[in-house]
Design a protein around this ligand. Structure first.
Ligand code: SF4
Length: 363
């Protein structure tokens, strides 16, 4: 049997094949044992989509004892949100509902460094991303928004933290990159520690994809050096492209369902482009059953298109037992996606009214 190899890069594509192995390799803790201590855990926690953490126990403790805590997120405005982006926003909204103060960095320094995205273009995308966040349940009144490129605390912190790292450390953590990338990484350290630098020690959690673990490890070390609370991290799995490639990527738009696109287009992608775990013929499928574990339509359901766990389990059983055919299953996915997107677009329209106030236009 060939060994499944995980490739993790903080800047660039990560190819993760085996999440259990990742937990051991990187010395993070599995989420499974913690979920039962969380109040009303949402689907991404219940279904193991958020699969690992560092120090998340202290956030659960804060939720339970009503101790203030911060939820830090940096959204790189380099592309519109897609269905897979929902995973992080769901966590932000949940943690906010349970007492966390959300601090939201528009990571425009990072999109400039990593994607050569001019700040003005990044701003337009950031506005669209924020509309999605609000439509997905983030309360803007309880959220602090700012742009990396104009936040003095963050930019100064990056300068100070530069003396806590060496070129060799950066190379070992991020690989060989141009200076602008290392600078963006230091700015991200500033983002994560900004709440503590401005208001004193506070428990902080950063929900991210696993490819961001190098940042979390480094920022935890820097926090210790500056006598701050090392931030916790939670790590979610990536949603693969609908077409079956490893990670949703904007280079392959037919594999992504964007949250601002029409339901018709989304349905076309589901029906024409989705890689399924179906068999060659309906007879074969009835005999052998489908393979939901490798199916991208099932992945949509699991990542939130079906909210109810019982309904999800039932669908899984019907597929694996040969009782559900892929055509019918795709029609159902399309119906659910249409309902979700239509509702989401209405909420986006309402959210658009607050975005100008949230992100004041730059001079
Ligand atoms: S029936 Fe649905 S879940 Fe099963 S393989 Fe086909 S599309 Fe996927």
């Amino acid at each position: 049997m060939t060994e499944k190899k995980n490739v993790i890069t903080a800047f660039g594509m990560s190819d993760i094949k085996d999440y259990d192995k990742l937990i051991k390799e990187f010395g993070v803790s599995p989420m499974t044992s913690l979920v039962r201590y969380m109040p009303d855990p949402i689907a991404v926690y219940r279904r193991g989509i958020v699969f690992a953490h560092r120090d998340f126990d202290m956030i659960i403790d804060a939720m339970e004892k009503q101790i203030p805590f911060v939820v830090m997120t940096g959204i790189k405005p380099s592309n519109f949100f897609h269905f897979g982006s929902k995973i992080v926003v769901d966590q932000l909204a949940y943690l906010q509902k349970h007492g966390g103060k959300v601090v939201f960095a528009v990571a425009d320094v990072e999109s400039l460094a990593d994607n050569e995205m001019p700040l003005k273009e990044a701003d337009a995308i950031a506005r669209d991303n924020i509309m999605d966040c609000i439509a997905l349940g983030l309360d803007p009144k309880k959220t602090e928004f700012y742009r990396q490129s104009e936040d003095l605390t963050v930019l100064r912190a990056a300068q100070v933290f530069a003396s806590n790292v060496t070129n060799n450390m950066l190379k070992a953590i991020y690989g060989l990159h141009e200076l602008k990338i290392y600078n963006a990484a230091l700015v991200q350290m500033g983002d994560i520690l900004k709440p503590q630098l401005e208001n004193g020690k506070v428990r902080t959690v950063v929900p991210v994809g696993f490819d961001q673990d190098p940042h979390i490890r480094l920022v935890r070390d820097i926090a210790k050096k500056h006598k701050l609370v090392p931030p916790a991290g939670t790590y979610n799995k990536f949603m693969g492209s609908l077409t079956g490639s490893a990670k949703m990527s904007k280079r392959e738009p037919e594999g992504l369902i964007f949250l601002n696109e029409s339901a018709e287009l989304a349905c076309r992608k589901i029906k024409k482009k989705a890689f399924t775990g179906g068999r060659n013929t309906p007879e074969e499928q009835r005999q052998l059953g489908g393979q939901p574990d490798i199916c991208k339509v099932y992945e949509l359901y699991k990542f939130g298109l079906i909210e109810d766990d019982k309904e999800l389990t039932e669908l899984y059983k019907r597929c694996a037992g040969g009782k559900l055919m892929c055509g019918d299953c795709k029609n159902l996915a399309c119906k659910k996606m249409t309902a979700f997107l239509n509702q989401h677009h209405k909420k986006r329209k309402q959210a658009a009214l607050s975005v100008n106030r949230i992100l004041k236009t730059k001079a």
